[in-house]
Design a protein around this ligand. Structure first.
Ligand SMILES: NC(=O)CC[C@H](N)C(=O)O
Length: 353
């Protein structure tokens, strides 16, 4: 007898084992990462999604808060072939449903063939297949979560001191902690501002660089952040990671589109078109830039040629679709943060001073 059910938008209901009880719904996605479950489960970009791990055993090195990327569990539920007690207890304590003993290969194959889809989960002694279907039917498309930034951003501006001379204003659209610390570790003072900060809020910080963070959902819903970028383009150097790349591109006249199932994992190969060098990268995104506007493509995904890096000498812009902070993940692209801080100090800077 099963005590957990996963309802998929294609009509199927899969049986599973409840590891943390509850009922929920979200967009069903998968990550192929084989380490870094604590970082992924606390990554705010997973808000409103149900995260399936394709790696079969999740939790084998415990749960330590030092590795968290935010202070709560962000996906609405977790699905794995086998979850250890450590992870299951953590998720249960956080009130986030979790299920295992399910054929995750079938889920991954389904999502690869049919795309990221609505999903409902019911887990616990009283759960029924009907409960899971009811949850799935009330699941909204990601683009309908128009104010998703409010769920993941800081409520008030916060400063993280790095002790150096560079001030970074970061629009927090759901920033991972290690993006902030990658900048403070290099000496920057990072002024983290709410996702809906105004141009006046940014001006009050008098930054050397405007940085747009990663974040969940559809980048076109981050209207305030796009307005801020539009306001400062050409006056301040701009940098961004993942949703940040998407927001900056849209604000400058380009556009984004939803991918079928996205990129989530820690071994996505990215080629730099200027050096022909390929690095392994960590990724978590379901949207991509399809029109780069005034920006030049500097890096592409080797698997599917999607845009991974954008640059503009004229506007002083540098962005990445992947996650150079590498938590989890290979450290191949940590140098991105040095390039960001160089924007503030090098001759490339176009600021009026
Ligand atoms: N990690 C991110 O910033 C994700 C960006 C965006 N929500 C996407 O899915 O494409």
């Amino acid at each position: 007898m099963s005590d957990a059910y996963i309802a998929l938008a294609d009509g199927r209901v899969l049986e599973a084992r409840a590891r943390a009880p509850g009922r929920t719904r979200g967009e069903l996605v998968f990550t192929t990462a084989y380490t870094g479950y604590e970082e992924s489960l606390t990554d705010p970009s997973y808000a409103e999604q149900i995260l399936t791990f394709s790696y079969p055993l999740i939790g084998n090195y415990g749960v330590r808060s030092e590795r968290f990327e935010s202070d709560s569990v962000q996906p609405r539920a977790a699905v794995a072939r086998e979850l250890t007690d450590d992870v299951a207890d953590w998720l249960a304590g956080e009130g986030v449903p979790a299920v295992d003993h399910v054929d995750t290969r079938e889920i991954v194959t389904t999502v690869r063939e049919e795309g990221a889809m609505a999903c409902g989960i019911a887990a616990g002694p009283d759960a029924t297949p009907e409960d899971a279907v009811e949850e799935m039917e009330s699941c909204k498309p990601m683009s309908d979560h128009v104010d998703i930034g409010a769920q993941v951003s800081v409520a008030e501006p916060t400063v993280h001191e790095g002790g150096g001379d560079v001030d970074v204003a970061m629009l927090d659209c759901g920033a991972k902690g290690s993006i902030v610390s990658s900048l403070t570790d290099r000496g920057a003072d990072v002024h983290v501002l709410p996702y809906d900060a105004t141009p006046e809020d940014v001006a009050a910080v008098d930054p050397d660089v405007l940085f747009v963070s990663n974040g969940p959902g559809d980048p076109e819903n981050f209207v305030a952040a796009q307005e801020v970028v539009d306001e400062f383009a050409g006056e301040l150097p701009l940098a961004g990671i993942c949703l940040g790349q998407q927001v900056i591109t849209s604000a400058l006249g380009g556009s984004t589109e939803k991918m079928a199932f996205g990129h989530r994992g820690v071994n996505q190969p990215v080629k730099d078109l200027r050096t022909d060098k390929v690095v392994m990268t960590t990724q978590n995104h379901g949207y991509t830039v399809d029109d780069t506007g005034p920006l030049e493509v500097t890096q592409v995904n080797v698997n599917d040629d999607t845009v991974e890096g954008l640059d503009s000498d004229e506007l002083d812009v540098i962005t990445r679709q992947y996650h150079p902070e590498a938590n989890p993940g290979p450290h191949d692209s940590l140098g991105f943060f040095d390039e960001v801080l160089d924007l503030a100090t090098s001759d490339r800077r176009i600021a009026a001073d």
